[in-house]
Design a binder for this molecule. Structure first.
Ligand code: NAD
Ligand code: MG
Length: 323
């Protein structure tokens, strides 16, 4: 088994500039602060997050202002906007030798941000959405994280990244060492094939199959989306085995005899193709092209996704389940 680290030296982290206060940004900033690290948050002058960060008692400035005296700069902006903000505000103002940290390897791996020699380039990628990273920390635990070094200028980059991971609470759950290449490729694959793309289309296909066959959409929703969380919760607690232990024998017989017919060789071949597109840079090329031309493909796909019957039915049923 790979080594899972449970410790990091927080004292190596120094003063941190957290750039961006979104999903990951707010979680890192608050967890770091609560671990005793000095934090300043870098936001655009008109940012709506400004008031929220100030209400938390955090120091807030523009990215250009807060990087000036930071020992470590955590770039937690959306991946599309990082290169511009890095070039315009961060690079011209950062302290010599400041460490630069990412939560995802995309921009470094695909050469969109190339920090000069002399700066550590590190990654701490929590394996969970930012709001969970924060919530679990406040409960006294942590979210597992990957850490990696792309450039070791100080000779201490690895220890600094481990210290940062510990400061956001990840040492409690486990820290795994990786590389920018491995994190980028596996993260993109996971979200495309299983977590987001695969799961969302599986739900949609199941829902639409039932509705097209004449069943009530509300029942199809409960069956294909609502209950998915309950099943995934069991997997999360104890793996596939515990999920199968908890479901009925009828469900288990159906699962074990039918599952492989749904996720068949054809699906596995598609997964391999999607992975190859990630590794060969085809996915990054398409996404960067879309970023550079106003994100038209992303917007059009969002409109199509929002119009699904599944979403309409779900809105009404979830309103009834508000406690
Ligand atoms: P986000 O979209 O939630 O938040 C981005 C923040 O940046 C917002 O506060 C926004 O107002 C601000 N911002 C946007 N453009 C800006 C600009 N030009 N100048 C200054 N501020 C600007 O982003 P996120 O999902 O937290 O992603 C941040 C990084 O973390 C990315 O590299 C992402 O891949 C990585 N990551 C995210 C998650 C996640 O759960 N969302 C998980 C692991 C890693
Ligand atoms: Mg991910």
């Amino acid at each position: 088994m790979a080594t899972v680290y449970r410790e990091g030296d927080i004292s190596l982290v120094g003063k941190v500039a957290v750039i961006g206060y979104g999903s990951q940004g707010h979680a890192h900033a608050l967890n770091l602060r609560d671990s005793g690290i000095k934090v300043a948050v870098g936001l655009r002058p008109g940012s709506k997050s400004r008031a929220i960060a100030l209400a938390e008692g955090l120091e807030v400035g523009t990215p250009a202002e807060v990087v000036k005296d930071a020992d470590l700069i955590a770039i937690l902006l959306p991946d599309q906007h990082q290169p511009q903000v890095y070039e315009d505000e961060i690079a011209p103002n950062m302290k010599p030798g400041a460490a630069i940290l990412f939560a995802h390897g995309f921009n470094v791996h695909f050469g969109r941000i190339l920090p000069p020699a002399g700066h550590d380039v590190i990654m701490v990628a929590p394996k969970g959405p930012g709001h969970i990273v924060r919530r679990i920390y406040t409960e006294g635990f942590g979210t597992p994280a990957l850490f990696a070094v792309a450039q070791d200028a100080s000779g201490n980059a690895r220890a600094i990244s481990m210290g940062y991971a510990a400061a956001i609470g990840s040492h409690r759950a486990g820290m795994l060492e990786t590389t920018f290449v491995e994190e980028t490729e596996t993260d993109l694959f996971g979200e495309q094939a299983v977590l987001c793309g695969g799961a969302a289309e599986l739900v949609r296909a199941g829902f639409e199959t039932l509705v097209e066959a004449g069943y009530q959409p509300e029942i199809a929703y409960y069956e294909c989306l609502h209950e998915l969380k309950l099943i995934v919760d069991l997997m999360y607690e104890g793996g596939l085995d515990y999920m199968r232990y908890s479901i009925s024998d009828t469900a288990e017989f159906g699962d074990l005899t039918r599952g492989k017919r749904i996720i068949d060789d054809h699906v596995r071949a598609n997964m391999k193709k999607v992975l190859a597109e990630i590794r060969e840079g085809q996915f990054a090329k398409e996404w960067i092209e879309d970023m550079n031309t106003g994100e038209k493909r992303l917007d059009a796909a969002r409109v199509e996704a929002k119009g699904q019957q599944l979403e309409e039915v779900g809105k009404e049923l979830r309103a009834l389940m508000q406690r």
